[in-house]
Design a protein around this ligand. Structure first.
Ligand code: KE4
Length: 426
């Protein structure tokens, strides 16, 4: 038995499914999850000493790669002064100022400890501010595990073949309207029907939890128009796209400004940090200023903030996002070319530093088209790549990520591994 297998057997005795987040259990792709012991740059090592080029990057946070020297040093330095105080610190103000400077429309921002907390809080704020109950999300989009959002969620639930979670009451689910991503006609009809009862729309401006689905240009624009027309709060869930698709996120990339933005992943540099913020008139309704309650013992934790500040500082380096997007593009073009050579129905696309791989001739632009992708082929490809030292997301319904540390040599090695993997699938 390998060390990974013995660790997994042991973990399952005390942790549900042996993991602390479902997608890590490899249930979608089969086999034994790799227990990671170390990461450095673009690489991770598992308990059996196997080395991998990592394209998960802890599901997005590690845009600088693993164990970035400056981020680790910042955490070490902060830790020496105490791990948590439950009191305000100057560093929290500093990161709030950085986020407000870099994220369009972020007039006030509250720090929390995860993306789930950020979206949960943003929903409550939108409902509290509007006095309305109905929220709108999109099939295949995932916004964390808040009850109102686990209604046909994308990540995890979709992978687990469970379109909505047990334990979410019918009454709660009934207040969530689930529309089709990129369906502008459906959007108009829903607002025409229910517009005055819609508290908010929450959307992944680039969907990354049903694999990567890019927004049609008119989709986000129409969403903005309708929310303005009907007085609904537009929430861009940029937990994944924030500082991933561009320095100023999807709002900059697509030229659409939301009313509230949720953040996570990269802003903590790998440490537990989330945030929600936006229009001052909305955020001033958050306690202790206003009637919408929200709180957290470790919100704005000094070590997470230190990691976040050290990360954000490096993202403004000249050409950072051009290089990141170039790496992802070269990766996608190389894999697509290798598949074409073997006559395999495969496509790939990237937006900034995130990418989607599809066993389908053309990248999908809707949830229904994602469902047409060959999941069995993906699972075979996943394991063929894992055997060749390339660690992809263990699910056909997840986006992948590159980092500033993925070198040209890494990409060449990956493309060669993909060529061999495709060949092994014939
Ligand atoms: P967290 O609570 O996991 O920090 O964030 C939830 C969340 C919110 N919004 C978006 C757009 C997200 O992608 C996420 C979390 N993403 C998944 C990956 N698909 C996290 C991985 C996991 O669940 O283990």
């Amino acid at each position: 038995m390998s060390k990974n297998e013995s660790l997994f057997t042991r973990a399952q005795k005390t942790i549900p499914g042996g993991v602390n987040s479902p997608v890590r259990a490899f249930r979608a792709v089969g086999g034994t999850p790799r227990f990671i012991v170390r990461g450095e740059g673009s690489r991770i090592w598992d308990a059996d000493g196997r080395e991998y080029i990592d394209y998960v990057g802890s599901w997005g946070p590690l845009v600088l790669g693993h164990a970035d020297r400056d981020v680790v040093a910042a955490v070490r330095e902060a830790a020496g002064r105490g791990l948590s105080f439950g009191a305000p610190t100057q560093a929290e103000t500093e990161i709030a100022e950085q986020l407000a400077r870099l994220v369009p429309g972020l007039e006030l921002v509250r720090l929390v400890s995860s993306g789930t907390e950020a979206t949960m809080s943003a929903l409550r704020l939108a409902r509290g501010a509007s006095g309305r109950s109905c929220i709108v999300k999109f099939e295949g989009c995932y916004h964390g595990h808040g009850d109102s959002l686990l209604v046909k969620a994308g990540s995890g639930a979709l992978t687990l073949g469970n379109p909505s979670s047990a334990g979410v009451t019918p009454e709660t689910a009934a207040q969530t309207l689930v529309l089709d991503y990129n369906d502008v006609t459906g959007l108009g009809a829903a607002f025409h029907e229910l517009g005055d009862s819609i508290a908010c729309v929450i959307v992944e401006p680039v969907a990354g939890n049903m694999n990567l689905i890019a927004p049609r240009p008119e989709f986000l624009e129409r969403l903005r128009e309708l929310c303005t027309q009907y007085g609904a709060v537009l929430i861009f869930d940029e937990v994944m796209t924030g500082f991933r698709v561009a320095l100023r996120g999807a709002q900059e990339l697509y030229g659409v400004q939301a009313d509230l933005v949720t953040l996570g992943k990269i802003i903590g540099g790998g440490m537990p940090l989330g945030a929600f913020g936006g229009r001052r008139d909305l955020m001033e309704k958050i306690a202790p200023l206003g009637p919408v309650y929200q709180a957290g013992t470790l919100s704005g934790n000094p070590l997470a903030v230190a990691a976040g500040l050290a990360t954000l500082k490096k993202l403004e380096a000249p050409g950072f996002y051009e290089r990141l997007a170039g790496t992802a593009r070269t990766f996608c073009e190389g894999l697509a070319s290798a598949a074409r050579k073997r006559g395999i129905a495969f496509s790939a696309q990237s937006v900034g530093g995130m990418f989607g791989l599809y066993f389908r001739a053309v990248p999908p632009s809707s949830y229904a088209e994602v469902m047409q992708c060959d999941k069995v082929a993906f699972n075979r490809f996943f394991h063929a790549m894992l055997e060749r030292g390339v660690y992809l997301a263990p699910s056909a319904y997840e986006a992948g990520f590159v980092s500033a540390e993925h070198s040209e040599a890494d990409i060449e090695t990956t493309i060669a591994a993909a060529d061999a993997a495709f060949r092994s699938m014939l």
